[in-house]
Design a protein around this ligand. Structure first.
Ligand code: NAD
Ligand code: WQD
Length: 334
């Protein structure tokens, strides 16, 4: 059986991906220092899949401890989620972000080289595009200036992987650029549960509806969009999870045409903030307390993906929409 090391396996996207990998016959081990997660998510995974996933509680910035995992386990490949991800925090703690996100990546790649592990998937982000000029965004749309240190760690991470692939001809990497992941597993047993208070739109909506917050502030309705609010490409986390399984299988089967490829993962459609709120109210039968506030600094006006490559090469297509996102996020919140 193919044994996949999932870094950041206790995190939001990592845990959902583990479920999809297990459901598709993969053996999974996880490594997570729980800086932004809790070990109890493994219990949720066990309830859904019937499998107990082994987790190494290790900081990937520690090379010697990271090597131990590779010595102990016969790893077929890696899906590297582990990173700090808060745009806002990264502005105030740039060193922590560069250190954590880049040193952990360098250490994992060092192990790939030493232990000859040749299948590698990296969690990148649409934030690498910065304020993209042309929509929808294609994989070859050039990177604009990063809007924050977090986004810069993803731009740098992709370039590090690219350079690593040049001399390591047997190594195969895919950078997956996620747009706006949201929603939860249908069972309501796992979902998004960061240690830090969320700032992303969907959890802010569900926390408001459940009474943890007073209101949702819509950050601006005077943009040049169809209703004045910003447009994003929200992708259901289980569709995103399945894209990792497909991308991993693709690498494992040597279907890649280049040893460093990149794919956008979104649904290929833009949804405005006001449309997202309407979707929440429609799909959950809840009335949401929201008001229009000022613009948020650093927000791009509109961004959504072109999906051509992911669907034609990986054979992946998202099957859920914004209503499914809201419905499952709401079940999880409750
Ligand atoms: P998350 O914080 O829920 O998961 C990341 C996990 O990595 C956490 O469990 C954390 O404890 C762990 N981790 C962080 N640093 C570590 C280290 N040094 N050693 C070991 N474990 C460590 O975040 P997520 O939303 O699941 O994101 C997963 C990946 O996807 C990240 O790389 C993130 O940058 C990227 N991404 C996320 C989004 C999003 O909106 N959620 C969008 C685009 C890209
Ligand atoms: C979505 C829309 C807000 C909260 C971030 C990162 C990106 C990627 C995904 C990691 C925007 C509006 C939000 C609120 C609002 N993550 N909003 N009121 O900023 O598109 O992307 O997460 O890689 O890199 O930047 O996501 O969920 O914060 O915002 O009006 O209380 O919702 O202005 O238009 P964003 P978000």
């Amino acid at each position: 059986m193919k044994k996949v090391l999932v870094t950041g396996g206790c995190g939001y996207i990592g845990s959902h991906t583990i479920v999809d990998l297990i459901n598709n016959g993969f053996e999974v081990i996880s490594v997570d220092n729980n800086i932004n997660s809790d070990l109890k998510v493994l219990e949720g995974i066990r309830e859904i899949t019937g499998k107990r996933v082994k987790n190494y509680t290790i900081d990937l910035c520690d090379l010697e401890k990271t090597k131990k995992i590779f010595r102990n386990e016969k790893i077929d490949g890696i899906i590297h989620f582990a990173a700090l991800k808060s745009v806002g925090d990264s502005v105030f703690q740039p060193i922590q972000y560069f250190n954590n996100n880049l040193v952990s990546l360098l250490n994992v790649l060092t192990c790939c080289e030493e232990f000859k592990v040749n299948n590698f998937i990296f969690s990148s982000s649409c934030s690498v595009y910065g304020n993209a000029k042309d929509l929808p965004v294609m994989e070859d749309t050039p990177f604009e200036e990063a809007e924050c240190p977090y986004a810069r760690t993803k731009q740098m991470g992709e370039k590090i992987i690219h350079d690593f692939c040049v001399p390591n001809k047997d190594f195969k990497a895919i950078n997956l650029r996620y747009f706006n992941p949201a929603g939860a597993h249908e069972s309501g047993k796992i979902g998004e549960s960061s240690r830090n208070a969320p700032t992303n739109l969907v959890p802010v909506i569900t926390e408001t509806a459940v009474g943890k917050r007073e209101e949702v502030v819509v950050f601006g309705d005077d943009y040049d969009t169809r209703d004045g609010s910003c447009i994003r490409d929200y992708i259901h986390v289980m569709d995103l999870a399945n894209a990792h399984t497909k991308a991993y299988q693709y690498l494992h089967d040597n279907k890649n045409s280049d040893n460093c490829e990149v794919y956008n993962l979104g649904i290929g459609e833009g949804v405005s903030v006001l449309e997202a709120i309407a979707a929440f109210e429609r799909s959950t039968d809840q009335k949401l307390n929201y008001r229009i506030g000022p613009r948020r600094a650093g927000d791009v006006v509109a961004i959504y993906a072109n999906l051509e490559n992911a669907s034609s090469k990986l054979g992946w297509k998202p099957t859920r929409n914004i209503d499914d996102i809201m419905r499952t996020a709401w079940v999880w919140e409750q």
